[in-house]
Design a protein around this ligand. Structure first.
Ligand SMILES: Nc1ncnc2c1ncn2[C@@H]1O[C@H](COP(=O)(O)OP(=O)(O)OP(=O)(O)O)[C@@H](O)[C@H]1O
Ligand SMILES: [Mg+2]
Length: 577
């Protein structure tokens, strides 16, 4: 229960409910515990003595107590639910804002699918555990102890039966738990696995269909599903087999009570009513014990959930801002790499000894084959990751000394994957600058050459974009992503392969528009056509710069560049034919 306990701080705010719920529950149990004694009174003092008014009077008291017990029960339920749901809501917000604070490196490790499960399923699991903790885990022990106490008061000699029954039942329950606990743990692991398979499939459902792999996926799911069923069966079988044994114990206890109790009644030691009351207490005690053990099972699941939730809460952002972080005196938008090497996690080096300078208002193009490290270079500028060695400077200040928020404000970036949000076209562009006016939004769209297709949409700028931009073409998505970056109006603009799905003529118009903005532009490209006008070009291969200069210089001096140029011009890519 170690992991679950760590989360109790989220209950602190609800401590009033956490205290009140069990108190109410004790009230309810107390009412329940009085009922058998009153039954005894009705039988012995009312029925046996032929006193009808005693019967009616006691009956009325019983109803009264039942009503009070019911009120206590309802209040306990209300308080437990308030605490449980409040706890869940706070935990979810804490998780969500933690995830927002994490760095790219953390997010590489905790996948999206698993984060969703943690925010939904795991939190619900924990919320249920809190509620049952406040209700059943309080009710069961009080019922057990209270019933034994009352039974002893009612029929002291018969109570000796408990000495035999309770240990036997505890033994049976303990044996069940020992066998069922690990199995339920396994069930949880299988369920997680199935969730992962499902999420991965649903996120990539188009790819699955495109490759006609649905049968494979169905089989994979079917296997996980069957596995879950079998594991659950083996866990539940333990309980199913033991349940009749428990009932047998309870029934044997009942028979023994009637046997010994019957003799005592015959001998005149106790009265019939006392025997009836005793039997009621016996039942209450035994069922209290069973209920307690069943609820314990639920906590195995909660513990697994708590572990997963705590993993997120305990993640420390990989990129941390130093307390002395500041901003440079002037911020014209200069970018400089000094002998930068970079490795993701503990893999192979992705960048080695990369050095270049981009003066304010000029442009740099990064050219290179796929996997050569282009996206990695640009992700170091807004400090999505920290360099392994060397320095990245923005406006002559190391990005590690920058105030993180100000640094990111200083840079507009269109990431390689153009992710849009569900909402209108206008909202998506405005995401880059929340207070942008309509005129600014439209100007950005014009520059990104997105205006024409936006005007063709049914509702223009107010057209609704589906989740992740499903109802747009790849090139349309890219242009909206560029517009979103442009509208931000930051001095440094980074476009990571943002025109790969746009035709060459449109690409040229976008570049001309960008040139008129006099920003520092860093653009990643695979096509020569996208880079010819750049002030400076670097050619990257396996994480190293193999050529650097402008188009004319490179054509004259670099074999690699000539090779790329020739291959693309010959195939017509560079001319857009
Ligand atoms: N988040 C990551 N974690 C670990 N390795 C990564 C990560 N992102 C990229 N890599 C690795 O770093 C290397 C460079 O990747 P990068 O994305 O920078 O290439 P790229 O030049 O942008 O390629 P492309 O033209 O296909 O976009 C690749 O070998 C890739 O496998
Ligand atoms: Mg890339």
């Amino acid at each position: 229960m170690h992991e679950t306990r760590k989360l109790t701080r989220f209950l602190a705010k609800y401590r009033l409910f956490v205290i009140l719920a069990p108190l109410m529950m004790i009230g309810e149990v107390a009412m329940d515990l009085m009922q058998p004694r009153l039954t005894q009174t009705i039988i012995d003092d009312g029925v046996a003595a032929g006193d009808l008014s005693k019967v009616l009077q006691t009956g009325a008291i019983m109803i009264g107590l039942a009503v009070i017990g019911c009120i206590f029960g309802v209040l306990c339920g209300v308080f437990a639910v308030r605490a449980g749901l409040g706890f869940a809501a706070d935990l979810r917000s804490a998780l969500f804002s933690k995830i927002q604070k994490l760095s790219f490196a953390n997010l590489d490790k905790l996948e999206t699918g698993s984060l969703i499960t943690r925010l939904t399923n795991d939190v619900t699991q924990l919320s249920d555990a809190v509620q049952s903790l406040l209700r059943i885990m309080v009710r069961a022990p009080f019922m057990l102890v209270g019933a034994i106490f009352m039974a002893t008061l009612t029929a002291p000699r018969l109570s000796l039966l408990f000495i035999v029954l309770i240990p036997f039942l505890i033994l049976v329950v303990a044996m069940t738990m020992v066998r069922a606990f690990p199995r339920f743990m396994k069930v949880q692991a299988k369920l997680d696995h199935l969730n992962n398979v499902m999420q991965e499939n649903l996120q990539g459902v188009r790819v699955v269909k495109a490759f006609a792999r649905h049968q494979y996926e169905v089989d994979r799911f079917g296997k996980g599903n069957d596995d879950l069923r079998d594991t659950t069966l083996s866990a539940v079988y333990v309980i199913v087999m033991v349940a009749p044994l428990m009932m047998l114990t309870v029934n044997l206890g009942l028979v023994a009570t009637l046997w010994f109790g019957g003799h005592q009644v015959n001998d005149g030691d106790i009265e019939v009513g006392a025997l009836v009351a005793f039997i009621n207490y016996l039942m209450q005690a035994l069922f209290g014990l069973l209920m307690f053990s069943m609820t314990l099972m639920r906590f195995t699941r909660a513990e697994a959930s708590a572990e997963r939730v705590n993993e997120v809460l305990a993640s420390e952002p990989a990129v941390v801002q130093s307390p002395a972080a500041s901003v440079p005196a002037t911020m014209p938008g200069k970018v400089e790499f000094q002998a930068v090497s970079f490795t993701y996690g503990d893999g192979e080096p992705v960048l080695q000894d990369v050095s270049f300078t981009v003066e304010p208002g000029t442009s740099l193009a990064i050219l290179g084959p796929t996997g050569s490290g282009k996206s990695s270079i640009v992700s170091l500028i807004p400090r999505f990751y920290d360099v392994t060695s060397g320095r990245v400077l923005v406006d002559d200040m190391d990005v590690r000394e920058w105030d993180e928020h100000r640094l990111r404000d200083h840079i507009s970036i269109a990431l390689q994957e153009s992710v849009l949000f569900s909402g209108t076209v206008r909202e998506n562009i405005r995401f880059g600058k929340p207070d942008a006016t309509d005129a600014e939004v439209e100007r950005a769209a014009q520059m990104a050459q997105a205006e024409e297709f936006i005007n063709h949409l049914d509702d223009g700028y107010d057209s609704v974009i589906g989740q992740r931009g499903v109802n747009l073409s790849g090139g349309q998505r890219q242009r909206l992503a560029i517009a979103r970056a442009i509208v931000r109006g930051a001095p440094i603009l980074i476009l990571d392969d943002s025109t790969s799905a746009v035709d060459v003529a449109t690409e040229r118009r976008i570049q001309e528009a960008l040139a008129s903005l006099h920003m520092t532009v860093i653009l990643v490209a695979q096509r020569i056509s996208a880079v010819v006008n750049a002030t400076n070009i670097i050619v990257l291969e396996n994480g190293r710069i193999v050529a650097q200069g402008n188009h004319e210089e490179l054509i004259a001096t670099s074999d690699v560049y000539q090779e790329i140029y020739r291959s693309q011009v010959e195939s017509g890519v560079a001319n857009g034919q």
